[in-house]
Design a protein around this ligand. Structure first.
Ligand code: HEC
Ligand code: HEC
Ligand code: HEC
Ligand code: HEC
Ligand code: HEC
Length: 387
């Protein structure tokens, strides 16, 4: 049997090497999707709307995804602070991940110089950013395209690297020498995945984030997605001798990396008592945070309570029963953009002449309204003892 295992291991590493070679070339910056960029016809063919003419499902999904919104007011507001020269010299800076085509960088610089552009940069991570290089199309080997549609892209190559987790690492993983805090990279999603049992079972990013090859990429902003990754429980254990005891538990049972993977979200577990009018009795509140808390200038890490795959946290509630309380509430709140909300507030306060102010205000509003209640359970408290 031993040689068989060795043989499979060898095939595995050859396959990975083939992916690595393909991806190193595919994600080399600057990314040129079309050499005919000068022609309006060629650049029109590369817009997501144009692809959407035939690939309706992918286009509809993508439009709703955060990849399509990657050049929103938070990014654009900050970019307005840079001069066209800096944007040119810094090798695409933020756009490497937020709008990675060379033609998108050119469009951004033209826009910031106040001239007319294609505005291709505003569309964020467009189809061509993942699928087109030098006027040649790439994909995983298409399963289902409407048979009545004839392809315009006559030259296309299918490569299995599209199904691999390494495909996503280009933007969701910093290199080893990237910025670190407390010895840990600021962006480490691929490595977190690699160390998880999901990698060993060959469950890639796409299996969870693109099921059925759908192009939605749901993550922490989607309550349904977050619920899929966790096992939650809340129970009242006892109410005796004037004490309320309860437990609120959260297990990272199905997130393929840390929950959450970035420094930006915050998750709060809460237990508190409520009076008849439904008001929280402040003194009874007990909280636990799940987050990687960092300073706004990213120079300091305060604490890191994120949960690795199979990690868990239990909020142990043991408080005096407040005799005005009629209900115990256990709940979990997710604030996907917690860091950004504070970050924009600080930036707006520090500089009231900043050119990107209007956009940053908009981004701050968006960040402040993305929070949601993930879980909530109420228990009636009675003056009598509960066994
Ligand atoms: C060209 C760079 C790039 C590539 C390649 C890329 N992403 Fe992203 N991804 C981003 C950026 C930038 C954002 C944040 C967009 C925003 O909110 O402005 C993002 C957002 C996401 C989110 C949403 C996160 C949230 O906050 O809810 C998920 C999930 C995601 N990506 C998964 C993937 C997966 C899976 C792949 C591989 C198939 C992938 N990405 C490939 C750049 C990229
Ligand atoms: C290595 C890839 C990468 C680079 C380079 C990068 N980002 Fe991002 N950015 C991401 C990913 C992935 C996310 C989504 C995860 C998150 O929210 O932290 C994101 C999210 C964001 C968000 C929140 C979502 C939104 O659209 O409002 C902002 C703002 C942002 N980035 C700004 C910037 C700016 C400004 C720069 C350049 C100084 C930059 N980023 C450079 C990958 C990158
Ligand atoms: C006129 C219709 C049409 C347009 C426009 C179109 N496609 Fe396609 N595409 C097809 C058809 C049909 C197929 C099925 C495979 C084939 O016949 O080549 C396909 C296949 C694909 C595949 C799968 C290739 C593989 O090997 O897995 C990808 C990825 C793709 N298209 C991306 C795009 C992108 C990105 C755009 C826009 C820049 C685009 N397409 C524009 C019709 C179209
Ligand atoms: C962030 C990268 C990324 C972007 C942006 C993106 N795709 Fe894809 N696409 C992928 C990956 C990865 C797969 C393969 C997923 C898999 O095999 O699990 C894929 C698969 C496909 C397929 C094959 C579908 C099938 O059922 O076989 C088509 C067609 C396609 N994409 C078209 C598009 C179009 C059109 C857009 C824009 C509206 C787009 N893609 C945007 C990464 C991307
Ligand atoms: C086993 C399923 C699974 C796998 C594999 C997986 N994810 Fe996730 N991912 C989730 C779930 C569930 C969430 C929502 C909870 C959360 O935000 O952590 C999520 C959230 C995210 C987010 C949102 C930001 C954040 O702070 O959590 C990004 C970005 C992301 N995943 C990227 C990736 C990338 C890139 C890979 C591959 C290297 C990957 N994921 C592998 C299930 C998975």
């Amino acid at each position: 049997m031993r040689w068989l295992i060795l043989l499979f291991a060898a095939i595995g590493s050859v396959a990975n090497a083939a992916n690595d070679t393909f991806l190193a070339q595919h994600w080399k910056r600057p990314i040129v999707a079309s050499n005919k960029a000068a022609s309006n016809k060629a650049s029109a063919e590369l817009t997501p709307e144009s692809c959407g003419g035939c690939h309706k499902q992918q286009f509809a999904d993508w439009q709703q995804s955060l990849h399509a919104k990657a050049m929103g007011p938070g990014v654009m507001g900050q970019l307005q602070g840079f001069s066209p020269d800096v944007l040119n010299q810094n090798n695409q800076l933020c756009l490497n991940c937020h709008a990675p085509l060379k033609s998108q960088n050119e469009s951004l610089i033209t826009a910031i110089s106040g001239k007319k552009t294609t505005n291709l940069h505003q569309q964020g991570i467009i189809c061509a950013a993942c699928h087109v290089r030098n006027d040649h199309w790439f994909g995983p080997g298409a399963k289902k395209v409407d048979a009545s549609v004839k392809a315009t892209h006559k030259t296309s190559t299918s490569h299995k690297a599209f199904k691999s987790a390494e495909f996503c690492a280009s933007c969701h993983q910093f290199d080893d020498d990237g910025p670190k805090l407390d010895g840990k990279l600021l962006q480490n999603t691929y490595v977190e995945w690699q160390n998880s049992t999901f990698a060993k079972q060959n469950i890639s990013c796409q299996n969870c984030h693109m099921p059925g090859r759908r192009h939605k990429w749901q993550g922490i902003h989607s309550k349904a997605m977050v619920l899929k990754g966790l096992t939650l429980s809340g129970e009242l254990i006892s109410q005796t001798n004037g004490q309320v005891k309860a437990k609120l538990g959260l297990i990272n049972s199905g997130v393929g990396h840390y929950f959450p993977t970035y420094v930006t979200p915050r998750v709060v577990l809460q237990g508190y008592q409520q009076n008849k009018a439904g008001e929280m009795l402040e003194d009874s509140l007990v909280e636990e945070e799940i987050m990687r808390a960092v300073s706004l200038d990213l120079s300091d890490e305060y604490f890191d309570s994120r949960l690795p795959p199979s990690g868990q946290l239990v909020l142990d509630y043991q408080e005096q029963w407040d005799n005005k309380a009629t209900t115990l509430v256990l709940r979990i709140v997710v604030e996907p953009d917690y860091f950004y909300e504070q970050f924009y507030a600080a930036k707006l306060e520090a500089d009231d002449k900043f050119v990107g102010r209007e956009l940053l205000k908009q981004a701050q509003d968006n960040a402040a309204t993305s929070a949601y209640v993930l879980f909530e359970k109420s228990f009636e408290l009675k003056a009598v003892n509960v066994p």
